[in-house]
Design a protein around this ligand. Structure first.
Ligand code: MG
Ligand code: ZN
Length: 250
């Protein structure tokens, strides 16, 4: 019997859009955001945006209210609840941030389905300002991966999860779902008995298609929530089915 670990990217995978861009657009920060992005990394610009909101007198609750309006497909909510109910270990690996992800997942009643969220950490200081820190600090602990942005290497996060995941009765099987360039690094680290589910017509899928020899995991594309749910639950049931055949159960 295998243990199944399902690893979800967050932006454009769990939620249909990008949580950072959602907050920037909805809270009227686009001109400043675009100006700063020409000189600073994305993650630092987002931290500056939070500072800007605070200086405008907008509270953490205002940001939370904005996040709660971000669209999340009901089929994805159902897929996550079903995978959790089937006994899979669900985790998020995301370059968004802790406050955005936890607020959205909690709002949809999904936070308890996830055993771990690996992302850029956030804190709210005594004045009520939200700040966003890098997951890996490029100054004190550079990750050294050439594929990834300085603040986060998802491949390294995956290796860390894998090194700590063991299962006494068999193998740990991984299913990775994502859309972006940052999801290519962990995809390359998946093994032959693992699965990757790239979103159709998004960068991860294009990179997998141009480098098929580098990817050992079985590839299953999806385009919307309905397809994500169908494929994910099919893979989970297939893995459990293979186990039953091996052990001779019906
Ligand atoms: Mg994404
Ligand atoms: Zn990397």
């Amino acid at each position: 019997m295998a243990r199944i670990v399902v690893l979800f990217d967050f932006d454009r995978t769990i939620i249909d859009g990008d949580s950072d861009s959602w907050v920037v657009t909805e809270m009227g920060l686009t001109p400043l955001f675009d100006r700063l992005l020409s000189t600073l990394p994305w993650n630092s610009v987002m931290d500056r945006m939070m500072k800007e909101l605070h200086s405008q007198g907008r509270t953490v609750e205002d940001i939370a209210m904005c996040l709660k309006r971000a669209p999340l497909d009901p089929q994805i909510i159902s897929a996550i609840n079903s995978a959790h109910a089937l006994g899979c270990d669900l985790r998020v690996i995301s370059d968004a941030n802790q406050f955005f992800i936890e607020t959205i997942l909690e709002h949809h009643g999904l936070l308890g389905c996830f055993s771990q969220i690996s992302t850029n950490p956030t804190l709210v200081d005594e004045e009520g300002r939200l700040s966003i820190q890098p997951y890996h600090d490029p100054r004190s602990s550079p990750h050294g991966c050439r594929l990834c942005h300085a603040n986060m290497c998802k491949g390294l996060v995956f290796e860390h999860i894998r090194s700590r995941s063991s299962f006494e009765n068999g193998k740990v099987r991984y299913i990775y779902l994502g859309d972006g360039n940052g999801d290519f690094c962990p995809t390359l680290k998946l093994g032959e008995s693992d699965f990757v589910m790239p979103r159709k017509n998004y960068p991860l899928n294009a990179r997998i298609c141009s480098n098929p020899a580098l990817v050992k995991a079985e590839v299953h594309e999806w385009s919307d929530g309905e397809e994500l749910k169908k494929i994910l639950l099919h893979l989970i049931n297939t893995i459990f089915g293979e186990d039953n055949n091996k052990t001779g159960n019906p």
